[in-house]
Design a protein around this ligand. Structure first.
Ligand code: C2E
Ligand code: MG
Ligand code: MG
Ligand code: MG
Length: 284
């Protein structure tokens, strides 16, 4: 009798797996259409320089408004897009859109930087730098105001190509930030091999600075953060903390030597109309 029940369980499980896979493919197909149909938009989240909290720029974060499903989080569809060549088109679409927006907002005159996320698959394209250059050329946006955020897990798959790309980006004055720093397993290796400009500390570290959970020890997290900022500064890198949600985190980060901050405390990612409002306010 137990065997029959087990068998039924396995069958149900297989059916569910098949459903999940079908749903995944359906979503991927819809995303393909969405890119063409203009269902993607960008939200912008401000970044500030410490200690005076001057605006230093913002990060472009993609959003998908699906007419049937509503707003879909990038945490859901970026990994999906990464499984196919879709991420490449999506990535260049985001970059061009963000550059145009930054020009429109006079990032050049205001001396602000636009940060754009780049995924592994996109960065690994042999013509990556060529395409970034084309975007700068067609939009007229200067490379000095563009910052590319790369997640650390990606870059070391082909270290010599990564080094070539980074050097070529530097010849266009484009700066590079390592996103979610500390969550991969190759952090120090990357620091040793590639000359970046920014380390972006993952928000899990920021959270641990003031954590109440039993498993986290705030004092250790603070020692770690101080060590990372010290290390970064000796390598001439700027440190930016993401996911800053409380005043306590903000003042700790400042004390621990962090150069820039980004997080809900200082500003959530918002659509361009709203971002234009805080840009005006900051300017005034
Ligand atoms: P990320 O690049 O590390 O971006 C930071 C994420 O943290 C964003 O989530 C942002 O909304 C969120 N965040 C910002 N401040 C806070 C805070 O104070 N607390 C908390 N809890 N979260 C905060 P979002 O927009 O959902 O994006 C998630 C991830 O999706 C991004 O992580 C990035 O890896 C990816 N992504 C977003 N847009 C793009 C894109 O255009 N291209 C690529 N390749 N990836 C993207
Ligand atoms: Mg990012
Ligand atoms: Mg990040
Ligand atoms: Mg992150």
């Amino acid at each position: 009798h137990a065997k029959v029940a087990d068998h039924a369980k396995i069958q149900r499980y297989t059916v569910e797996l098949g459903e999940a896979e079908k749903e995944r493919r359906r979503l991927e197909e819809e995303l393909r259409v969405a890119i063409a149909a203009g269902e993607l938009t960008l939200h912008y989240q401000p970044q500030f320089r410490l200690p005076h909290q001057q605006l230093s720029g913002c990060e472009a974060l993609v959003r998908w408004h699906n007419p049937r499903r509503g707003l879909i989080s990038p945490a859901t569809f970026i990994p999906l897009a990464e499984e196919s060549a879709l991420i490449v088109d999506l990535g260049y679409w985001v970059m061009e859109r963000a550059c145009r927006q930054a020009l429109e907002w006079d990032f050049v005159g205001r001396n602000l930087g636009m940060s754009v996320n780049v995924s592994a698959h996109q960065f690994e394209q042999p013509d990556f730098v060529e395409r970034v250059r084309t975007i700068l050329h067609t939009t007229g946006f200067p490379g000095e105001h563009l910052i590319l955020e790369l997640t650390e897990s990606l870059v070391l798959r082909d270290i010599s190509q990564a080094q070539r790309h980074v050097n070529d980006l530097h010849t266009h004055a484009i700066r590079i930030a390592i996103d979610d720093f500390g969550t991969g397993y190759s952090s120090l290796n990357m620091l040793a091999q590639l000359p970046f400009e920014h380390l972006k500390i993952d928000r899990s570290f920021v959270r641990d600075l003031t954590a109440q959970e039993a498993y986290a020890e705030p004092s250790r997290a603070r020692v770690l953060m101080r060590g990372i900022t010290g290390l970064a500064h000796s390598l001439q890198l700027k440190v930016i903390a993401e996911g800053v949600e409380t005043d306590e985190q903000l003042s700790l980060l400042q004390e621990l030597g962090c150069d820039k901050v980004q997080g809900y405390l200082l500003g959530r990612p918002v659509p361009p109309e709203e971002a234009a409002v805080w840009l005006e306010r900051v300017q005034a």
